[in-house]
Ligand binder design. Structure first.
Ligand code: ADP
Length: 151
């Protein structure tokens, strides 16, 4: 069984994230969307809310589950039985950062491969940090978040 983990902060989940998960479906039998919990950084939205929105966003997909984890992503993958990590690439800056992370992860656990999907052009500017900024100042974020959720 091909299991992949899609790790991130999902603070909050966006249409960009949703698109990556839906486009990954044909590649894997099971996708675990996993919120990495960072002890030093609590996030803008509470963890429980971020989990709830992810569950609602992928409610129609039985092969997608939502979890959270502490510690290294590769350790969570081992625990989950996942051999793949999914990441999305928007810009060349994303690429430079993601390359280092993926190469370090390969050093730590050579059996776990990171698979990158390029963002659809319409979602290049959809970042959680911009969505948070619009939300913080009272703007409408509906067009950036999955249709199935309301924040
Ligand atoms: P992190 O803090 O780990 O980057 P994010 O929640 O911001 O967590 O992102 C999780 C993953 O989703 C990353 O691989 C990121 O590149 C990808 N991603 C974020 N926004 C988009 C988008 N608009 N299109 C495609 N991938 C995206």
């Amino acid at each position: 069984m091909k299991i992949a983990v899609f790790p991130g902060s999902f603070d909050p989940v966006t249409r960009g994230h949703e698109s990556i998960v839906r486009r990954s479906l044909p590649l894997f039998d099971k996708i675990v969307v996993a919120i990495g919990v960072n002890a030093d950084k609590s996030g803008y939205f509470p963890l429980e809310k971020r989990m709830e929105w992810l569950k609602q966003a992928f409610h129609d997909l039985p092969q997608v589950s939502v979890e959270s984890y502490n510690g290294l992503t590769v350790d969570f993958c081992k625990k989950t039985g996942a051999d793949y990590i999914i990441r999305g690439l928007r810009t060349s800056a994303d690429f430079e950062f993601e390359r280092s992370v993926a190469q370090v992860n390969l050093k730590l656990v050579p059996e776990i491969e990171t698979v990158f999907l390029l963002t659809l052009p319409e979602y290049v500017m959809v970042t959680s940090s911009i969505v948070r900024e619009v939300h913080r100042h009272g703007g409408n974020i509906d067009q950036f978040i999955p249709e199935q959720i309301s924040i």
